[in-house]
Write a protein that binds this ligand. Structure first.
Ligand SMILES: C[S@@+](CC[C@H](N)C(=O)[O-])C[C@H]1O[C@@H](n2cnc3c(N)ncnc32)[C@H](O)[C@@H]1O
Length: 236
């Protein structure tokens, strides 16, 4: 079984932190920016919100959330990989966004945020890595105000047979090779296809989110279903 122990996952992201953004944009041919933009639109921001970005990594989504027009007033980015947060801090300084994005080291299963204190929660390409999925969903619900929006971006196995074959080949064979050469790390980009295969299907994740207390949960398939955007609201 695929190990998702917090120590292993944090060490893996710490090891590739310096090359993470480059590889993200390279391996997705830049489409990752569009996936995040789609998630930001789903939040329907009005300019005053306090948003929590769980598994913020190098803060690309957090930055997109404050850059949007209108964007959130403030974003808190939480991640347990210190090196990813260091890259995020440098980016925020370059972008002059340090006043609107706070970065906190913490675990998705024990969020360092007060109950019912944020207007929206996002998590992009992070939920697949979390060891205790139910606990992370319960935590995201806890910190959201009633009616607050949740947006989850995650890879999925495409349903369309031809695309599933092509994309599967790309993710299993090319991604680990390119990842190894660019990041000089053996494990991380081999873990990616294994973690996508082992993760909940879109229907299963919708069920998990509903069980955790989210309502109006819907799924938008992006890039022929290789990525899914899940949107919901915290129920009463
Ligand atoms: C694939 S990266 C995604 C980063 C960013 N959200 C993005 O869209 O590029 C996954 C991130 O989730 C973080 N992560 C995974 N499990 C976590 C957990 N249980 N608590 C906090 N961070 C976690 C990792 O450290 C890593 O930075």
């Amino acid at each position: 079984m695929l190990s998702k122990s917090p120590d292993r996952i944090a060490a893996m992201f710490n090891a590739i932190a310096d090359r993470y953004d480059l590889l993200n944009h390279l391996l997705s041919a830049g489409i990752d920016r569009r996936w995040r933009a789609r998630a930001v639109r789903a939040l329907q921001l009005r300019g005053r919100e306090r948003v929590l970005d769980v598994c913020t990594g190098t803060a690309d989504l957090a930055i997109a959330i404050v850059r949007a027009q209108p964007g959130a007033a403030h974003v808190i980015g939480v991640d347990f990989a210190g090196a990813m947060l260091s890259v995020a801090r440098k980016k925020l300084a370059r972008e002059r966004r340090r006043d609107r994005v706070a970065l906190v080291r913490g675990d998705a299963t024990r969020l360092p945020v007060a109950t019912a204190s944020v207007d929206a929660v996002t998590i992009a390409f992070g939920i697949r890595n979390v060891d205790r999925l139910d606990q992370a969903c319960a935590e995201m619900r806890r910190v959201l105000k009633v009616g607050g929006r949740l947006a989850v971006l995650e890879f999925a196995v495409p349903a369309l047979p031809v695309w599933r074959e092509c994309y599967g080949w790309y993710v299993r064979h090319l991604v680990p090779r390119i990842g190894r050469v660019v990041s000089h790390d053996d494990g991380a980009y081999g873990y990616l296809p294994a973690s996508i295969d082992a993760f909940a299907t879109p229907d299963e994740l919708v069920k998990i989110l509903r069980q955790a207390g989210f309502v109006d949960v819907s799924t938008v398939r992006l890039t022929l279903g290789s990525v899914c955007l899940y949107v919901g609201r915290r129920g009463a």
